[in-house]
Design a protein around this ligand. Structure first.
Ligand code: NAD
Length: 498
């Protein structure tokens, strides 16, 4: 059995082995590795390594930093298939989808390569007589990323390229369910010439996370995961005086208006609901069909849902893989059962799905539930599986009101050919990321990613310009270089410009 260790100070480290957790291949249902879980001592060792590395990395020139970032970009790009396969084997998603997530992560690396421009400060000449004022931003120190299972490469890559480019040192606490991608990324940083201790990985559970959150030498925490944990992380990190951004769960709605292109909408809804087995924080999990489009659209969606090719992530023919764990499969199937029991109509039922040759895999088939109402469990809970719940609405106003009443506000989309309806939608909806005929509106790296309401705690979105701000703090310097003269005496009143 393969053992997965921590990565501290530029090397693989076995520290205090004792507690471990099992890593599975969700397609076969078999355990593939044993993961070491960090104790308090291991976490302290990682923080000490990152703190020591900050002394030099925080002062490294912008050209030294960008040289490493460009090299890292080239290495990840060259080894993208190796990363994608490792992700697929532990997460279950199809390899082409895994490649896509690495690609989206690389976009953040590419944005971070522009850090000399991103960190340019401001300068005001002669704000008072003989006085100039300028500002620039400095790194925070040791910063931490705690990440979910569903994007084991992309979500950490939302964080660490920005943190490292801006001069911080980084400790990643990845999901314990698919940890291998983070170890590969650590080796790639080493190969790119990143000094030891700038990027570290500690594996673990609540013990490791709480040690990081309480540690006096950790300056900031970026978290992405489910809403209950995001809330806890936010409160605990704030209580210990840290800067924190904690992105939570989602229930992403898509409105389909009667004037939408019906085939286009059907294809995109099926891909957005069932791609990656619905385990995307931007997956469409609720559709709101307005007026008469519901019957013909549901017919098309049901036909296409039954035709989705479900299989092992390494099968190039497969369009959708298994879900992450047996417990997840059981939870999703019991939610589908609750939908039927509470009066919804199971148009396509994915319970009890098996894939030939992978009978022990954690598969759930694409599922379409119509006649869903807001009091049902399938609507109230984040299912995080291949389940599309449909609500019927009489008007666009009713559809917008439904979205705004939902506690989550990560992503949403509208399918329409009306510019007027689309404009009203994007202005009125209380959601952070909005698609117009684009079902999964994940912004590019040079914008920032983040939801509203229970989908994000903290005031900064992640990566892009907000990432630069999150990982740095500003200094404003007021300077005077007086020539020898007699009229420059100090005054005791509050400084005002002359
Ligand atoms: P999770 O909340 O269970 O775990 C996230 C991280 O927190 C993991 O590293 C995990 O080890 C750690 N963790 C879990 N329980 C903890 C506890 N009690 N104390 C401290 N740390 C703990 O989430 P997940 O199941 O890995 O990922 C799926 C969730 O992430 C979904 O809710 C999804 O919507 C969300 N997500 C959100 C975004 C976003 O951008 N908003 C992106 C991806 C995923």
């Amino acid at each position: 059995m393969r053992t997965i260790e921590h990565w501290i100070g530029g090397q693989s480290v076995t520290a205090n082995p004792g507690r471990t957790s099992a890593v599975f291949n969700p397609a076969t249902g078999e355990q593939t590795a044993e993961l070491q879980l960090a104790s308090v001592e291991t976490v302290n060792q990682a923080v000490a390594a990152a703190k020591a590395a900050f002394e030099t990395w925080g002062n490294a020139s912008l050209s030294q930093r960008t040289k490493v970032l460009f090299a890292f970009r080239e290495i990840v790009n060259a080894r993208i298939d190796e990363l994608a396969t490792a992700i697929s084997d532990e997460h279950g998603k199809i390899v082409s989808d895994a490649r896509g997530e690495v690609q989206r992560g690389l976009e953040v690396v590419e944005y971070a390569c522009g850090v000399p421009t991103l960190l340019k400060g401001e300068y005001s000449d002669q704000v008072s007589d003989g006085v100039d004022l300028f500002s620039y931003r400095q790194p925070l120190g040791v910063v931490v990323g705690i990440t979910p299972f569903n994007f084991p490469a992309m979500v950490p890559m939302w964080m660490f390229p920005m943190a490292i480019a801006t001069g911080n040192t980084f400790i990643l606490k990845p999901s314990e369910r698919d940890p291998s991608a983070s170890m590969l990324l650590a080796q790639m940083w080493r190969d790119a010439g990143l000094p030891d201790g700038v990027f570290n990985v500690v594996h673990g559970d609540v013990e490791a996370v709480n040690t990081l959150l309480d540690h006096p030498d950790v300056a900031a925490v970026s978290f992405v995961g489910s809403t209950p944990i995001a809330k806890q992380i936010h409160a605990r990190a704030i209580a210990s005086g840290k800067r924190v951004q904690a992105l939570g769960g989602a229930k992403n709605h898509s409105i389909i208006l009667p004037d939408a292109d019906i085939d286009f909408a059907a294809q995109h809804l099926v891909a957005a609901a069932f791609g990656s087995a619905g385990e995307r924080c931007m997956a469409i999990s609720a559709s709101i069909m307005v007026g008469g489009i519901a019957e013909p659209l549901l017919d098309r969606i049901a036909t296409m849902a039954r035709e989705v090719k479900v299989g092992n992530g390494r099968n190039p023919e497969a369009e959708m893989g298994p879900v992450i764990t047996k417990a997840s499969k059981d939870r999703i199937e019991s939610l589908i059962t609750s939908g039927a029991a509470q009066g919804a109509n199971l148009v396509v039922d994915g319970r009890g799905y098996t894939v030939e040759g992978f009978e022990n895999g954690f598969f759930v088939g694409p599922t379409v539930i119509d006649g869903v109402t807001t009091d049902m469990d399938v609507y109230q809970q984040e299912i995080f599986g291949p389940v599309l719940s449909n609500i019927r609405a009489a008007s666009v106003d009713e559809a917008i009101a439904l979205i705004n009443a939902n506690p989550f506000g990560n992503g949403t989309a509208i399918f329409t050919s009306s510019g007027e309806a689309a404009r009203r939608f994007h202005r009125e909806v209380k959601v952070g990321m909005i698609g117009i005929n684009v079902p999964i509106p994940v912004p590019m790296a040079y914008y920032s990613f983040g939801g509203w309401k229970d989908s994000l705690f903290g005031d900064h979105h992640i990566h892009g310009p907000e990432g630069v701000r999150f990982y740095t703090r500003a200094k404003a310097i007021t300077q005077r270089w007086p020539a020898p003269r007699t009229d420059a005496a100090a005054s005791f009143h509050f400084p005002t410009a002359k």
